[in-house]
Ligand binder design. Structure first.
Ligand code: MGD
Ligand code: MGD
Ligand code: MO
Length: 824
């Protein structure tokens, strides 16, 4: 069911997780040759104003002479994102891919030729016909020669919203018609948490609705943002952003509710709330939580009755907490030595958590680290000890920072979308996606480097397939994946790498065949507003005609399917508007059955292009209230029906890196770690003015880049000790790689921690050369490519240490933000 959106995936995965762990046991013709600067093209999309949607929210685009000239947020958006200005620029930026292009050596000598020239920008322009032919032939050759598990189409990333032009579902739809492929499961966001939490709570939890903001505002006395920066991260959603968390956050602030931020950075959220700032050493949060838990026990502040009624296994966890099993009581003093948070502060947190109605709202950075599974498990354990789970405004919440979790859900029908047409496989939950084989998504480089190697994943064992070809759409792995140098080496193993995007990303530069896609503003589509709120269905009407020779993902895949003799099966004989209407009509049927007012399709599409839904029962939702009321009739989807502080299923797996109860594990490297070589932790957080790497190629970059590089935030003490001044060009490095960045000296950083946001475009000085300097500042040159543990196999993008120095080398030119020369 990879065709589902992350929102639907959320519900679907929860359902599967429930079944698994649950009580039951457990688009083409030849396009007109491109003359074409966009403005010169005859406009079929009319001038005027068009309402559409994006990850950054709904907006009205103004079109003049066939060109989008300005963007204004939808008037019903309560908190529009400043990033919208970059969205306009992204359509016309110099990074746009104009034509299909093929790497010269590949075109001349065939698959696998001269892999060293990947990334050097030596491309040749080809016609669409030639490009489609090349791709179709290669798909066929690889399948015939090496079998179904030699093509990787587990392509991951933040493709644009839209239920039809869902490029990843469309890729897999085409691949399923061809034969089969290697898929990927999970995501980079919550790789560890989404595997551990079904064992603990019976749901993915990370993509579930939260106790709603109005209840939090009313009842919460102490709000704790733990490794979470909701003011920054709620700007975007997987579907069209509703921004419904912002009115909630504002009301909480206006009420004057006490807020604590536990974060190595004094975040924008901390500043917005005027919060108390507690800055532990990164990666040590489990120790902090254990110190608090120990204090609760030592001072008899924990809720024994709650533990007895609603949880299992506390008796097996307690001896570890008190040090009976390992002679190390996890006292506040013990925790202070690891976390660098004073023991008195830790005890004080325990007292205040117990005394107040406390909401522990955790972000996901915590689990994008080695042993990441332990963080959310221990946080649930701590919340269980406090006994407030299921009470209005108390307990824990793992999505207050994401897609406006906690914005009340509307009574809305479910909007379906194009499917990948694959048959779900029977077996372990993580294997149920279509494909000949599946790997945990962040193990892709490990897979390429180690064909045939056995790996563990959530109790199962499997072998890596031997992949010869990869096809990527709607993602930017040469920015999002960890340890760039290892990745560059692994990629040399591929015969063929096809990339379909609308911009010359670092990934597209490393491709053999580059296919130019349209942006979602160049085609018609339909989408929901709000992952959790589901407040509306919106028409994403075409704003402008395709820029240059770009084509819709749907049309590209339909053409490839056509070359394979499968065009009817791919299109089912439907046009773009037929598909869109079919999704709308399926929602309309549900709406009628539930008496939810919704116009007929034609009235919707030719009218305002938006249907809003009312909020009724969703407005006072309290997570786990039903379970608290009646744990027998409303059991959790865990084997015991309760919160599992000890998991017998995990015990059976026998992993040494994820035991049967939450535990402190010393990571391979961390700030102040016993064997750590480098003195600084590098926080690779999500950026305020981008969505990962998206919009990095736009004018927005000029608002934050320092001396033309990605910023590196550094505390004044750390800067002074290294002779670094504000605005200096610095070199950030460790044994894995080196990048340039621009120093931003600020006391918002905890000493010992520097910050370089993820998503900066990889700009290698010598493409393909191991260890080469990244000229712009892609932090994933420095991160490590290991799984969180054998259980979750998530990525460890937040486990980085390194050093920084004033850059003394020769001046460099950042040139990743213009198209490679032959492609201009
Ligand atoms: N060190 C470190 N690394 C991290 C993280 C971290 O915290 N630290 N975070 C991780 C997380 S949580 C995530 S989710 C990933 C994000 O990684 P990605 O999702 O890969 O990042 P994006 O920059 O959003 O890339 C989306 C790409 O899809 C393209 N695209 C958008 N719409 C379309 C479309 O309609 N058609 C086509 N063909 N292409 C389209 C965009 O142009 C862009 O190149 O990064 C991960 N990497
Ligand atoms: N503007 C914007 N919003 C986004 C995104 C984006 O790219 N841009 N990406 C979206 C996506 S795909 C996702 S998955 C979410 C990501 O949401 P998160 O994973 O929650 O975001 P991060 O920025 O990785 O981390 C949040 C905070 O955790 C802190 N932190 C890092 N390490 C530690 C630690 O060891 N301990 C503690 N206590 N704190 C730590 C960071 O300093 C940061 O302030 O955001 C979403 N929202
Ligand atoms: Mo993510």
């Amino acid at each position: 069911m990879t065709s589902l959106s992350k929102g639907e995936l959320r519900a679907e995965l929860s359902r599967r997780a429930f079944l698994h762990y649950g009580a039951a046991l457990g688009a083409l013709g030849f396009a007109a040759p491109s003359l074409l600067v966009s403005g010169a093209r005859a406009a079929t999309a009319p001038d005027g104003e068009v309402l559409t949607g994006s990850h950054w929210g709904a907006f009205r685009a103004k079109v003049e002479g066939g060109r989008m000239v300005s963007i204004a947020p939808w008037e019903k958006d309560p908190a529009p994102s400043h990033q919208l200005s970059g969205v306009l620029d992204s359509v016309y930026s110099p990074t746009r891919i104009k034509f299909p292009m093929v790497r010269r050596a590949y075109l001349e000598k065939g698959p696998g030729a001269d892999p060293e020239s990947r990334g050097t920008g030596d491309f040749v322009r080809v016609s669409w016909d030639q490009a489609i032919e090349l791709v179709a032939k290669e798909l066929t050759r690889v399948e015939k020669t090496y079998g179904p598990a030699a093509t990787f189409a587990g392509s991951y990333g933040w493709k644009s919203p839209g239920r039809l032009h869902n490029c990843q579902s469309l890729l897999r739809r085409m691949m399923n018609l061809k034969g089969s492929f290697v898929n990927a499961s999970g995501d980079y966001s919550t790789g560890a948490a989404q595997i551990i939490l079904p064992h603990v709570l019976g749901t993915l939890e990370v993509y579930e609705q939260q106790t709603v903001w109005p209840v939090v505002v009313d009842k919460t006395e102490l709000m704790v943002f733990w490794g979470a920066d909701p003011v920054l991260t709620n700007q975007i959603s997987w579907v069209v952003a509703d921004h419904g968390a912002y009115p909630g956050m504002k009301a909480l602030k206006d009420k004057g509710t006490k807020v604590i931020c536990i974060d190595p950075v004094r975040t924008g959220t901390a500043e917005f709330f005027g919060a108390e700032w507690i800055a532990p050493r990164p990666q040590t949060d489990v120790a902090l939580m254990l110190g608090i838990a120990h204090t609760l026990v030592a001072e008899k502040l924990y809720d024994e009755k709650f533990l007895k009624t609603y949880t299992t296994g506390f008796d097996k966890f307690l001896p570890y907490l008190m040090g009976e099993t390992d002679k190390t009581p996890k006292t506040a003093e013990w925790a202070a030595a690891i976390t660098d948070v004073p023991a008195d502060t830790i005890k004080d947190l325990a007292h205040r958590f117990a005394k107040n109605r406390t909401m522990l709202a955790a972000g996901w950075s915590l689990q994008r680290q080695q042993y990441g599974e332990q963080r959310h498990w221990m946080l649930v354990t701590l919340a269980a000890m406090l006994g407030q789970i299921g009470l209005p405004g108390g307990g824990f919440g793992f999505s207050y920072h994401y897609a406006s979790g906690g914005a009340p859900s509307a009574d809305a029908p479910v909007l379906t979308g194009i499917t990948d047409g694959g048959k779900a496989k029977e077996g372990a939950a993580w294997l149920t996606e279509s494909g000949a084989a599946s790997i945990p998504v962040a193990r892709v480089v490990d897979m390429l480097l180690n064909p045939g190697k056995e790996f563990d994943f959530n109790g199962a064992k499997a072998k890596y397939p031997d992949v010869k070809m990869a096809y990527w759409v709607g993602g930017n792995p040469f920015v999002h994946h960890q340890d760039r140098n290892r990745m560059v080496a692994a990629w040399k193993k591929l015969d063929t790498f096809v990339v379909q995007d609308f911009q010359w990303t670092p990934t597209a530069r490393f491709a053999d065949i580059v296919l130019p896609a349209t942006t979602s503003y160049e085609r018609n589509d339909i989408e929901s507003v709000g992952d959790y709120a589901g407040s509306a269905i919106i028409a994403m009407k075409k704003v402008v005609d395709p820029v240059f020779e770009s084509r819709n993902d749907y049309d590209i895949f339909a053409a490839i399917a056509g070359k394979l003799g499968k065009d009817k099966a791919f299109t089912e004989g439907k046009s773009e508007m037929d598909w869109i209407q079919s999704f709308y009509d399926a929602a309309l049927v549900q709406a009628k059955a539930k008496n939810i007012p919704m116009p007929e399709f034609d009235a919707f599409w030719s009218g305002t292009g938006v249907v809003e839904f009312p909020v009724t029962s969703g407005k006072d939702f309290v997570r786990y209230a039903k379970f608290r009321e009646d744990p027998l009739l409303e059991p959790l989807g865990t084997p015991s029906g309760r919160i599992e502080i000890y998991s017998k299923n995990i015990e059976k797996m026998g992993y040494d890196d994820c035991g049967p109860h939450p535990k402190w594990y010393e990571p391979a490297e961390r700030l102040g770690g016993p064997t750590t070589k480098y003195k600084l932790h590098i926080a690779a957080s999500h950026p305020k003015s981008r969505l990962h790497s998206q919009l990095c190629g736009t004018k927005l970059r000029e608002t934050y880049a320092i001396a033309g590089h990605e910023p590196c935030w550094i505390n004044p003490k750390d800067a002074a000790a290294r002779g670094i001044g504000d605005g200096d060009v610095v070199r950030v490095f460790n044994d894995r790689g080196q990048i340039l960045a621009g120093a931003k000296v600020t006391d918002a950083m905890r000493p010992g921690v520097i910050r370089v946001n993820e998503g900066g475009w990889y700009d290698p000085q010598e493409p393909g050369k191991p260890g080469t300097l990244c000229k712009y500042g892609d932090v994933n040159n420095l991160s490590m490519d290991v799984g969180t543990s054998r259980l979750g196999q998530g990525n460890c993008g937040h486990s980085i240490v390194g050093e920084v120095e004033k850059y003394a080398g020769p001046a460099v030119t950042v040139d990743v933000f213009t198209a490679p020369k032959p492609a201009v």
